[in-house]
Ligand binder design. Structure first.
Ligand code: G3P
Ligand code: MG
Length: 244
């Protein structure tokens, strides 16, 4: 499994900057975290763009489904003003712009492949085409979509892809092996000491989201969680020492 740090900034430093923007990624690094998590989906013209929701309404000045608008329309939107006037003018980043920025900053990325209403297999292929030959950014892929996890092992065999789950299925181990996943990414609310021991006992790298409480992060760390994904990298870097 690729080497990852113990803290990853969720959608960038999303507690203090608009999520999934270049500004949020830059601030994560200023706060001492060199890896970010971000969400990638498709525009109507099948370009890879970063946004979390299915629709534009919450995090931009646009409305309606993301995948109904082409790249030019999406790029014309403001993706920062909803958060604060300071970030007015931030745009929805493209995947290639993001990777170029991260490469220049010497940062890594947990790239969550999020179909959000678009065709999952087209998205998987478009992501693979964009990242396939890049060696300048450390990348850990992940997806809630099990079909995407399975196909990424074929499309990008040199990259690791984690399987994201909200609840841990009873048959998680056999499904994990079938998918050829490289890590299990779990909602931290599902984790107990026993569950962590079961997962790490199988030598499966365990990553959890979204942890903003330092006490909870320390506990998860003591249970063997390899990395926590947090909205608040500034707080976590000061509170949580690196995992051995
Ligand atoms: O990748 C971890 C986390 O981002 C998964 O949930 O909904 O925040 O994308 P969500
Ligand atoms: Mg995500």
């Amino acid at each position: 499994m690729i080497r990852i740090p113990h803290i990853i900034a969720h959608r960038g430093a999303s507690i203090e900057a608009p999520e999934n923007t270049i500004a949020a990624f830059r601030i994560a690094q200023v706060r001492g975290v060199n890896w970010i998590e971000c969400d990638v989906t498709l525009s109507a013209d099948e370009q890879c763009v970063l946004i979390h929701d299915d629709t534009l309404d919450r995090t931009t000045n646009g409305t309606g489904p993301v995948h109904h608008q082409d790249l030019a329309s999406l790029r014309a939107l403001d993706a920062g003003a909803w958060f604060s006037d300071i970030y007015k003018g931030e745009r929805i980043p493209t995947l290639s712009e993001t990777l170029d920025t991260l490469a220049a900053l010497d940062m890594g990325v947990n790239l969550e492949i999020k179909p959000s209403g678009c065709d999952a297999m087209v998205l998987a292929r478009r992501v693979a085409a964009e990242i396939g030959n890049r060696r300048d950014v450390p990348i850990l892929l992940s997806s809630f979509d099990a079909d995407v996890v399975a196909v990424m092992a074929e499309l990008c065999p040199s990259l690791d892809c984690g399987w994201l789950v909200e609840e841990i299925p009873g048959d998680w181990k056999s499904r994990y092996e079938t998918l050829k996943a490289a890590a299990l990414h779990v909602d931290q609310k599902q984790l107990t000491a026993e569950k962590c021991a079961e997962i790490t006992g199988e030598k499966v790298p365990l990553i959890c989201y979204t942890v903003n409480d330092p006490d909870r992060a320390r506990l998860l760390r003591s249970w063997g969680v390899r990395a926590i994904i947090t909205d608040n990298p500034a707080l976590m870097t000061t509170a949580i020492p690196p995992i051995r």
